[in-house]
Design a protein around this ligand. Structure first.
Ligand code: AMP
Ligand code: GLY
Length: 417
């Protein structure tokens, strides 16, 4: 199978890594990619938001499957453009991607499908926002309606800060605060059949101890030893299948990856958000544990054949990923700094630990930083403790001036396991 992956983050590197290990994949392309992806796939320049350009590239390469990684191209309709030229594509249509593209739309779908989520108001004026903030009380949860790369959400006890964030957005969703640990559960779907993957946990805040601003995600681990064994079945029944059924009922069937961001509250599981694509960095740890070759799974979702897919096979190993971010991330990150230690990790720590690239590019012989999240250092082990040790040992070999990473990824879960 000839596969083209669209995107350039650590999630796309994880996808390309898994695809490159799949014997069914005979040619692997990525556009635009990054320095690390270039080692496992042939890179091509493309404007990932331009459906015509992406579909033309897919045709020119003879791609038999296109996998769209990030949300922005999906919301821009890139999957539709590829489908129009007759190539199977893993990723939802523009309309279905509104599950991620608009928080208000997602709330509407959840209400219709009776999916448990935080009570919320959609507000467009400061007066409406003030009323909603008053109705819920602190801690306040204020979400920009549109796409914001995980950074459009403010959770604060400070009423003024909450009102200011609401005023800075055109349309906001203000909602009830959900307590309890968060879980990311991904499901692959062809619009009808839903196949859940293994749950993972992400670390959204920039600093140790869940302090500091929200980010795109600073690390992740899987499995979750503390989670109820029935969690996946419960979420399938109360969240994933009803949402997929409701989208189909509306005539906007959702195919691709449905990502449920969940809070396990004292009153039960609640949806915090939906995403319309693989999560980053959770994908790095989920795919590290998937034993079934990936290409056939993604193709079955793209062609509507998931019902015939044999059950997925999973490794008993645990996986941990630690994100190494640029100086000043998530504010304006500094880029262009040289990265060292990558060869040492490949020589000393592989195959248990390896580096997935996010914001990197080649500069002659050197690899330099090119974005906020730079690397996602991923490791497997017999349990979370071993996976953590391996991941952090590899992180310690990396040289990147001014870089930052959390030191507590999976620490609590490993200690309690
Ligand atoms: P979202 O972009 O909706 O996933 O929000 C980003 C992060 O903000 C989530 O991962 C949570 O940590 C936090 N958050 C969002 N909604 C809520 C909520 N209703 N209650 C508590 N925390 C929330
Ligand atoms: N890990 C959070 C996200 O992918 O949105």
């Amino acid at each position: 199978m000839n596969v083209l992956v669209i995107g350039s983050g650590a999630r796309e590197h994880a996808l390309c890594r898994s695809l490159s290990l799949d014997p069914a994949v005979t040619a692997l392309h990525c556009a635009p990619g990054n320095a690390g992806i270039g080692e496992v796939a042939e890179l091509h320049q493309v404007d990932a938001l331009d459906g015509k350009a992406v579909s033309a590239l897919a045709v020119a390469l003879g791609a038999e499957l296109v996998v769209v990684g990030p949300e922005a191209p999906l919301v821009a309709g890139v999957a539709d453009a590829v489908r129009e030229v007759g190539i199977p594509v893993f990723g939802p249509s523009k309309e279905a991607a509104q599950l991620e593209g608009s928080k208000a739309f997602a709330k509407d779908v959840m209400a219709a499908a009776e999916v448990p989520t935080a009570r919320s108001y959609v507000c467009t004026t400061p007066e409406e926002a003030a009323e909603a903030l008053d109705a819920f009380g602190p801690p306040y949860v204020v979400k920009d309606d549109g796409l914001a790369a995980g950074k459009g959400v403010v959770v604060t006890d400070d009423l003024e800060a909450a009102a200011a964030h609401a005023a800075a957005c055109e349309r906001v969703v203000i909602e009830e605060f959900l307590d309890g640990p968060e879980v990311s559960l991904f499901a692959i779907t062809d619009g009808e059949t839903v196949v859940p993957l293994q749950p993972a946990q992400d670390f959204k805040r920039a600093l140790d101890g869940d302090e500091g601003p929200n980010t795109g995600g600073m690390g992740a681990y899987s499995p979750l030893p503390w989670a109820d064994a029935k969690l996946v079945d419960e979420v399938m029944e109360t969240v994933l299948q009803p949402t997929v059924d409701e989208m189909r009922r509306r005539g906007t069937a959702f195919s691709g990856l449905l990502y449920a961001g969940l809070a396990i509250t004292s009153r039960g599981v609640r949806v915090i958000e939906f995403n319309a694509r693989f999560g980053d960095p959770e994908t790095q740890v989920v795919l590290a544990r998937l034993k079934t070759p990936l290409a056939g799974v993604l193709l079955a979702a793209a062609t509507g054949d998931l019902a015939d897919l044999p059950a997925l096979r999973w490794s008993d190993d645990a996986a941990v990923t630690v994100v190494v971010a640029s100086h000043n991330y998530p504010d304006t990150p500094r880029t262009g700094d040289p990265i060292t230690g990558l060869d040492e990790i490949a020589a000393e720590d592989a195959p248990h630990a390896y580096v997935l690239h996010a914001g990197t590019r080649r500069d002659g012989e050197a690899v330099v930083s090119a974005g906020g999240r730079v690397l996602s250092v991923t490791a497997s082990g017999k349990d979370l403790t071993e996976a953590r040790e391996r991941a952090y040992k590899a992180v310690a070999r990396i040289g990147l001036d001014g870089s930052q990473h959390r030191t507590d990824i999976a620490a609590k879960a490993a200690a309690e396991a």
